[in-house]
Design a protein around this ligand. Structure first.
Ligand SMILES: [Fe+2]
Length: 351
């Protein structure tokens, strides 16, 4: 068996390349938009990518699934319930894919999204027992995936799906589709774990169903460019990679200096938080534009005007500002420390 976990720092996502050293066949799970690393790995190690799988329709990055399948001449697999506008092979509960001596078995785990699946991986050369689970956005290290939609119903599904994973043996290793990012709230940051450790120490798995449902139904900010990302991943639009490029360094403005910075430039303040956060306190004349909508609303903003991008802590706004800079907004800065710092500096807040 050959196993490689790719960690993608810009999105907090993980993707996987699993191959049989005997048959030289490989499967790639949850590929990122840039598929070159998987193609190069296959060429370097003389593997042939036979299968490409997404565990669900991603909302935080554009999948490379179709391009990788086409480039490699591989089968494209998605959960049977995936609502997309292109052809794919459907994965149902208990379906199995064989990659040499490696077996991937599908577990339907609705919750994060209705179509979400996990993949139980068995290396038959070692044992007929499963060795690891690719837990998608169902189970994270130290957290669980938030329902993208579906409210309490999605949360109750997620409770049942996580319980299902906890019924696996202790030794089964957990490899999630995220190690950080907006899909959870308190991921540990470690890229893998075991079922036994998570059953005992994952704080979200210590709750009864009603508490769990209440906690995961609390609103969380939606990911950067989510509307455009989902449309692209469903094949109903094509917004490209939607990633800021690596050279998009953005200036920071400190909160105590920010009022002067705004006034001198007659800058537009772009608040990328959700409306419920904006309503609780914002900068005068700020525009509420949640980061999820940015890519589909670019035409609303003047590239010649100075822009100060704001969120709650300065983290979301830094990524949003980098994305805008990569799309030609050069007079852009990030409010360092966000509204938390703005309030601490004693600046005026409107509700
Ligand atoms: Fe997700």
């Amino acid at each position: 068996m050959y196993f490689k976990q790719f960690l993608h720092d810009s999105t907090g996502c993980a993707s996987y390349f699993i191959a049989s050293r005997r048959s030289r066949e490989a499967v790639v799970v949850d590929p990122q938009h840039d598929v070159q690393p998987y193609v190069e790995l296959a060429a370097d190690r003389d593997y042939s990518i036979r299968h490409v799988i997404d565990t669900h329709i991603h909302a935080d990055h554009v999948s490379g699934n179709r391009r990788l399948a086409q480039l490699a001449g591989a089968e494209l697999w998605l959960p049977a319930k995936a609502d997309v506008a292109f052809a794919y092979q459907a994965l149902n509960e208990d379906d199995q894919l064989q990659v040499g001596q490696i077996r991937l078995r599908v577990l339907q785990t609705p919750g994060h999204r209705p179509e979400a699946i996990c993949l139980l991986v068995t290396n038959l050369e070692r044992s007929s027992e499963p060795a690891l689970v690719l837990s998608g956005d169902t189970l994270f290290v130290g957290d669980v995936g938030r329902p993208d939609f579906g409210g309490p119903h999605g949360a109750a599904d997620q409770y049942r799906s996580t319980r299902r994973l906890l019924a696996l043996p202790d030794w089964v290793e957990v490899f999630p589709a995220h190690f950080e990012g907006a899909c959870g709230r308190s991921m540990c940051g470690r890229p893998s774990s075991t079922i036994g450790f998570e059953r005992r120490f994952n704080p979200m798995l210590q709750h009864e169903e009603s508490e769990f449902v209440q906690l995961v139904t609390e609103p969380t900010p939606r990911p950067l460019n989510m509307i455009a990302v989902v449309a692209t991943n469903r094949g109903v639009a094509d917004y490209g990679s939607l990633r800021p490029n690596g050279t998009s360094r953005v200036d920071s403005v400190a909160a105590d200096w920010a009022p002067k910075w705004i006034a001198e430039r007659q800058a537009c303040v772009l608040d990328v938080r959700e409306p419920w956060e904006f309503g609780a306190g914002h900068i005068q004349h700020a525009v509420c534009m949640p980061q999820a909508d940015l890519a589909i609303e670019l035409q609303c903003f003047d590239r010649e005007r100075s822009l100060l991008v704001v969120c709650e802590s300065g983290f979301r706004s830094a990524r949003a500002a980098a994305f805008l800079k990569s799309r030609g907004f050069n007079r852009i800065a990030n409010l360092s420390g966000g509204m938390l710092a703005w309030r601490r500096a004693g600046n005026r807040v409107l509700t």
